[in-house]
Design a protein around this ligand. Sequence first.
Ligand SMILES: [Zn+2]
Length: 217
Amino acid sequence: MNQRRAIFLDRDGVLNVNRPDHVKAWDEFIFLPGVLTALRQIAASDFVAVVTTNQSAIARGKMSAATLRDIHARMLGEIERAGGRIDAVQFCPHLPEDDCNCRKPRPGMYQRAVEQFGIDPTRSYVVGDALEDIVAAHTIGAHPILVLTGRGQAQHTRLLENNHGDFVVVADLAHAVEWIWNHDQNRHSDQHCHSEQSEESPRATEEILRSAQNDKL
Ligand SMILES: [Zn+2]
């Protein structure tokens, strides 16, 4: 039985500054404000922390897999020096047209981590700045949280226009972690959470979105 819970983290636009031309080297990797502190808080909890990231720059020939692994090793070093911990980094090196099962919004990277760590996805959270993350969260049955850092602002509009179901909107990773802690305390049982979502989802979503927007203003 899968017992552990995870916080799945997108990388670009959530942990570090997103670059339209891809982060291709360590000197292009810049942590967003508050991220190292937020990761330290996750490390102090019982959540498994998993990074899932689409890195088509590899298939595009803009960066080697070795370089990407080097970027991730340095990223993990910085995170650990700040008291944080990432349990696994999953990346998809493919192009959209490769039709792989790992490129988000497909669930392959999440499923790998679910098996590796014995994670219960329905009690887990996905934090991302893009529609792909939200769709993947729905596919695996996790709670989706959109951050407005990175591509988040534009993707928020895209998500609302395409009516992509329930998701929470917060300013950044620090607020996502804060929301998870509150949500977690408010839950007395998983059954309560699920019945609440299925019966009241449209209204609940609207309220969550509205309160997230108010928080922002
Ligand atoms: Zn892939």
